[in-house]
Every structure is written in structure tokens, then in C-alpha cells.
Design a protein around this ligand. Structure first.
Ligand code: SAM
Length: 291
């Protein structure tokens, strides 16, 4: 490990806004019986100095730019960025510390362990920002799959909201299908958040053949539906998002409420979500975007 990383990891130990539980702590009872962390149900007192306000999570926050900017704009709410990468979280925690942002915290953990950290109804909103679409992996690895929704509902308050922002049309369509097969209320959905019609063909975003088929496969009445979105949905951008915007790539956005009785279902392939088709649209973009 390089000196830079070692220095960041050492400094991470000094940040009061950064919680870094060891995997052993969480896994003491095994993968299917995660040990509750002492902060579970007590974020307001233990991490936000008693500052009462909604708790909003960003899962896979990277360097935390999005968490930080939302927190600056909404001092009445509390924001928690979650990621597994310590060197990335260092950037967010350092900025929060330097700016004295008291409504920001960071949690270093695998998102698979998230239920060990939040109690029933403790969280109001979840942001999934530019998550890995897991094109070829089991769908259970996608952060918007039925398996992850089962985890989220254990701590999301009734009427809570999930926001998905992604450059991946595959992940957008998959998540929309998850919402549709479970009859979850969709609050906003757009395949082009910034309304850009000037996508450079050279970017290889949508091959011509796929574009022709898109009409048949389009996600129908939800594909461009968007209520009047709060300005911050467009104005606040993550690190990856600003990179994609510079390249002129479209950003998709989906907002839904996961309230649901009974187990969540995954969409049937290909009836509800044609994974092979949507995968064909991703090739050049994915390899480019996740370097
Ligand atoms: C493509 S980056 C996006 C970062 C940031 N949201 C942005 O838009 O700039 C995905 C992030 O998710 C994190 N991540 C992916 N899978 C994860 C998991 N299972 N648990 C925790 N973090 C994860 C990675 O470490 C990485 O920082």
C-alpha cells in the first residue's frame, strides 16, 4: 500500500464524523445474523450531536461530494455517505471536518451489511448514485434489486424515498422494472435528466440498431415522466456525474417509494426486464465510465 493511502487511513482514525466498524464486529454472529452496531437507532445523539432532522443516506458515495453538497444546502437534515473505500471516504470526511459540517457523517462498510447500522424508521431517503450496474453478475448484487430493497425497508420510514441517478440505462430500466412489478409508486422518472438532445454519436452511447429497437423496449409511460423536481436534483452533481456530463452523456433519474406489503419480487427476464437487450446498450459506455 502506498504512503498516500497509509497517511489517509491514519488520518481517518481522527475524524469524528467517520465511523469505521471492523467487518469482524459486524460479522460476529455470521453473515445471516449481523450484529447490531451500537449506533443503530442512535445516529442523532451519537453522530449528529443531538441535531434532530431527517436522515438521508447516499450508498456508494465515493469521495462524498454529493453528500457534502446536499448537507450544505439542507442544514435541517442529516446526511450519511456510505462506502467501503477508506481512501475515498477520507476526502469526504476531511472536507466535512474542515468546513465544520455537523450534519454530515460517513460510514465505512459494505452496503450488504447496512441493516446492522440503522433501526426501524431511522432513515427517510436513500440516494443510489452511479452505482455499479452489475451487468453480468447476479442481480442480487444490484443495489436496487429485491434483495437490497428487503434490507432498506428494515430502516426506511413509511413513505420514505429512494432516488437513483445513473448513466447506466441498464440499471435505470432494471430498477424501473423492479418498481413496476412490485407496484411501487414512481414519483419521477426520466431517461434524460438534463434534457440533452446533443449526445455526440462518437461517444457510442446507443448503437443505431439498438436505438431502432428502443421504441419496442421503451419503459412506456414512465420513461419520461417527471414531476417538478427540486432544483438540487440537477444542480448537485456527483464526481462521476460531472464527468459524464462533460462528455455529453445522458443521465437518468428515478425516484420511487418502496412501501410494499409482502416480499419484493425481482422482474422476470425477459418479460419484465430484457437484460440481454439492455446490456447491448451498455458496452462502450460501461468500459469507459468505470475505469
Ligand atoms: C462508480 S462509484 C460512484 C461514486 C459516487 N457515488 C459518484 O457518483 O461519484 C461507486 C462507489 O460505490 C462503492 N461501492 C460499490 N459497491 C459497494 C458495496 N457493496 N459496499 C460499499 N461500497 C460500494 C465503490 O467503492 C465506489 O466508491
Amino acid at each position: 500500500m502506498g504512503h498516500g493511502k497509509l497517511r489517509k487511513f491514519a488520518e481517518n482514525e481522527t475524524f469524528s464524523c467517520l465511523l469505521q466498524p471492523s467487518a469482524e464486529e459486524v460479522l460476529a454472529g455470521g453473515y445471516f445474523n449481523l450484529a447490531d452496531h451500537p449506533v443503530k437507532g442512535h445516529w442523532i445523539e451519537q453522530m449528529f450531536g443531538g441535531h434532530k432532522g431527517d436522515i438521508v443516506l447516499e450508498l456508494g458515495c465515493g469521495k462524498g461530494e454529493y453528500t457534502l453538497e446536499l448537507a450544505r444546502r439542507n442544514p435541517d437534515k442529516n446526511y450519511i455517505g456510505v462506502d467501503i473505500k477508506g481512501a475515498r471516504l477520507w476526502r469526504g470526511a476531511k472536507t466535512a471536518t474542515e468546513e465544520g459540517l455537523r450534519n454530515v457523517a460517513f460510514l465505512r462498510t459494505r452496503i450488504e451489511f447496512i441493516t446492522a447500522f440503522f433501526g426501524p424508521g431511522e432513515v427517510s431517503e436513500i440516494w443510489l448514485t452511479f452505482s455499479d450496474p452489475q451487468l453480468r453478475a447476479s442481480e442480487n448484487k444490484r443495489l436496487s434489486s429485491a434483495m437490497f430493497l428487503e434490507r432498506y425497508r428494515r430502516f426506511l420510514r413509511p413513505g420514505g424515498i429512494i432516488h437513483l441517478k445513473t448513466d447506466s440505462r441498464f440499471l435505470y430500466e432494471y430498477t424501473l422494472a423492479v418498481a413496476q412489478v412490485n407496484a411501487l409508486p414512481i414519483l419521477a422518472a426520466t431517461t434524460d435528466l438534463y434534457g440533452r438532445q446533443d449526445i455526440p454519436a462518437a461517444a457510442g452511447v446507443i448503437p443505431v440498431l439498438a436505438e431502432k429497437r428502443l421504441g419496442q423496449k421503451s419503459s412506456g409511460r414512465h420513461s419520461q415522466r417527471s414531476r417538478a423536481l427540486p432544483a438540487e436534483v440537477r444542480e448537485v452533481q456527483t464526481f462521476y456525474e460531472s464527468m459524464f456530463l462533460e462528455m455529453g452523456l445522458p443521465i437518468t433519474y428515478l425516484e420511487f417509494c418502496p412501501d410494499h406489503i409482502g416480499p419484493y419480487l425481482n422482474p422476470r427476464d425477459p418479460e419484465d426486464f430484457d437484460s440481454a437487450f439492455w446490456r447491448t446498450l451498455e458496452g462502450p459506455r460501461r468500459s469507459f465510465s468505470h475505469q
